[in-house]
Design a protein. Structure first.
Length: 125
């Protein structure tokens, strides 16, 4: 399990490395563009029932810690799914009770330009 540190707290949000790796790419892409979004997750059985949500904004520090030294392989379809969810009013929703989320991935070589859609239109000066 990897850890996401949100804000200045020392409490970590634990997510499987695969989820965390994909979230890191989507968050980096969106926050670089100053696009905020939410991330929600259902609590795993050890944390009791319920869910939590955080608001990701470029002014809030984030740190991604992974258990494994080697980088996770990136699944293009899963990455695109998360990018679409991040752009929706619901935001990204992880179900930590599902075991299928940690299945091995097979796709790599993701072109960064089309991860989160086109760049926003800019006004002519």
């Amino acid at each position: 399990m990897g850890r996401l540190y949100y804000g200045t707290t020392t409490d970590a949000i634990e997510l499987p490395d695969r989820m965390l790796a994909h979230l890191r790419i989507v968050a980096s892409t969106k926050l670089r563009r100053s696009e905020s979004f939410t991330v929600s997750w259902t609590h795993s059985s050890g944390d009791g029932e319920g869910r939590s949500t955080i608001w990701l904004h470029c002014s809030i520090p984030l740190r991604f810690d992974f258990d494994r030294a080697e980088a996770e392989q990136i699944d293009r379809a899963y990455l695109e799914q998360l990018a679409q969810e991040a752009a929706s009013s619901n935001g990204i929703v992880f179900d930590l009770t599902e075991q299928t989320q940690t299945a091995p991935v097979t796709h790599t070589d993701i072109p960064r330009a089309d991860i989160a859609g086109p760049e926003p239109a800019r006004r002519a000066a």
